[in-house]
Design a protein around this ligand. Structure first.
Ligand SMILES: [Zn+2]
Length: 199
């Protein structure tokens, strides 16, 4: 999320928004999108957040994709009229940009993913959603166009685990090794490779 504001902390339910099983979800709103940013929510498996456009959540029936924000609100230079509504997912990078997010990782640290860890199903869902969006909006799957919040944070100096820093998605499995910027690059490359492999 872009910033900690009261509105961002309100948890919504999957049922509050249009949602589909992963196999059925498709992008369907045409317009200009130049970038896609990947996130995790740092909350539980079921709560979803309109700070992102698309949330990937876990239900008893499997992975569900939830459209939590109208993508048309970010199909503009949002900083020319910042008072108009838009999804605030990645600091300073929200113009013509989508935020897609895995619902997981509440209270996670690099060495302990907590009660709602990333799962293979969630990561796969993120990559499928990313691949479908990239194809629909003609966004190249490379590090300049599709990056994690952590990669954006590395570029702009706020990468890390402090409250005002971000490390989503710089680690896919827990490790006692110290978190370093290379983790963001490595995981970003892995996610992009997995998106390219989606057919
Ligand atoms: Zn984020």
């Amino acid at each position: 999320m872009e910033r900690v504001a009261v509105a961002d902390l309100v948890a919504y339910r999957i049922e509050d928004f249009p949602h589909w099983p992963l196999t059925q979800w498709r992008p369907d709103v045409a317009g200009r999108i130049d970038h896609i940013y990947t996130h995790w929510s740092a909350h539980d498996y079921a709560s979803v957040f309109p700070a992102y456009h698309v949330c990937i959540a876990t239900t008893p029936d499997g992975i569900v994709v939830v459209n939590t924000h109208d993508v048309r609100e970010n199909m503009r230079n949002v900083y020319e009229n910042p008072d108009a509504p838009y999804a605030q997912h990645t600091r300073g990078r929200n113009s013509h940009a989508l935020g897609i997010s895995i619902m997981a990782m509440q209270d996670a640290t690099p060495a302990n993913f907590g009660a709602y860890p990333l799962t293979e199903e969630l990561v796969n869902g993120l990559c499928v959603v990313g691949a479908r969006l990239a194809a629909f909006y003609n966004v190249p799957i490379d590090a300049d166009h599709i990056m994690s919040h952590a990669e954006a944070a590395v570029r702009e100096g706020y990468f890390g685990t402090e409250p005002d820093q971000r490390w989503d998605i710089a680690r896919l499995v827990v490790s006692d090794k110290p978190l370093v910027e290379q983790d963001a690059t490595d995981v970003g490359e892995e996610l992009r490779a997995r998106m390219r492999a989606v057919r």
